[in-house]
Design a protein around this ligand. Structure first.
Ligand code: TA6
Length: 304
């Protein structure tokens, strides 16, 4: 798809507040600045690259080694995983985490809201390329409300004639001072699968810490509570709420997995934690939609 930055600015730009630019790799980016916060949103992947509340630092982490190239995912920010989370259930050749983060999304709406926030809605529908990977008609919208907090709603509607099921995640990379020193609240007593394990464990501690010297890759199931990142090093606390999600994924690759990832700079794992509202469990937590039905997965986060 070809975008004309001038045409996007003419149709959707808001003077002083919303500007379209050619971002890294020539991928079009919406830059939002309002009195409450600022943000950058790539049309490639409907991928939020930054969210900075006024007077504060960015809440999101971006990899210094990220690709900005069609066909490859951007590393950091909020990749949208859709219509499957993780590897494809039956075909390893299909892209990990689906095609949502690898697709060019269209702008559907940009508006200034009465409370000073800015609303941007991006849209993706089936195409020859998506039908090859997933044989279903759909419309997905990603609604971003950039205010004191960041709200993101990923709504998927079945526009075809048959039922379908899918999984999804808002794979949010939060910037932290030092993975050894942060703690995450909101997971106490929740049941989780760790890595490839098929047996459930229960989180006994009130706060989750990451100083075990290994990768953390946990899927907390039937988990709907808010989480909070306590970060003494950055002297801040980020609260993360969600809706339409039964699974919370918590991930940090640690050194060993980081070494295998070409798009994370050495030591990069030290400065992020992923907390991901998801519906991500083939056979358990898939979303099923009949023709005409919709499902919305949402998250909201900000400083508290
Ligand atoms: O959310 C955790 C996870 O599924 C991990 O298993 C890890 O591989 C990560 O996502 C990153 O996936 P990606 O395809 O972006 O390299």
């Amino acid at each position: 798809m070809t975008y004309t930055i001038n045409a996007l600015n003419q149709q959707y730009g808001i003077a002083g507040k919303v500007t379209f630019v050619n971002g890294k790799g020539n991928l079009p980016v919406v830059v939002i600045n309002n009195e409450l916060s600022s943000a950058a949103l790539s049309l490639y992947g409907a991928h939020l690259l930054s969210f900075t509340p006024a007077g504060a630092a960015d809440l999101l982490w971006m990899s210094d080694a990220s690709f900005y190239e069609a066909g490859k995912p951007i590393r950091g920010g909020i990749p949208l995983c859709f219509p499957w989370f993780g590897p494809h259930a039956t075909d390893a050749a299909k892209p990990q985490h689906g095609f949502g983060r690898l697709s060019h999304w269209q702008v559907q709406e940009v508006s200034a809201l009465g409370d000073g926030a800015t609303r941007v809605v991006l849209m993706l529908a089936e195409s020859a390329a998506t039908l090859e990977l997933w044989p279903h008609a759909f419309i997905a919208t990603a609604e971003f409300i950039i205010g004191t907090s960041l709200q993101l709603n990923l709504k998927v509607t079945n526009t075809g004639t048959g039922d379908f099921e899918y999984s999804n995640a808002l794979h949010t990379y939060f910037k932290v001072s030092d993975i050894d020193r942060i703690k995450v609240a909101g997971l106490a007593q929740a049941s989780f699968y760790s890595g490839a394990a098929t047996t459930l464990q229960t989180q006994e501690t009130e706060l989750l810490s990451f100083d075990r010297g290994e990768e953390t890759n946990r899927r907390y199931v039937q988990h709907t509570s808010n989480c909070a990142i306590h970060d003494e090093g950055l002297n801040r606390k980020i609260e993360v709420s969600k809706s339409g999600s039964k699974v919370t994924v918590v991930w940090n690759p640690w050194q060993e997995t980081e070494k295998k990832m070409v798009d994370i700079q050495p030591g990069g794992h030290k400065t992020f934690i992923c907390i991901e509202p998801a519906n991500a469990y083939p056979g358990i937590d898939m979303i099923q939609l009949k023709p005409g039905e919709s499902h919305t997965l949402g998250t909201s986060f900000g400083l508290v």
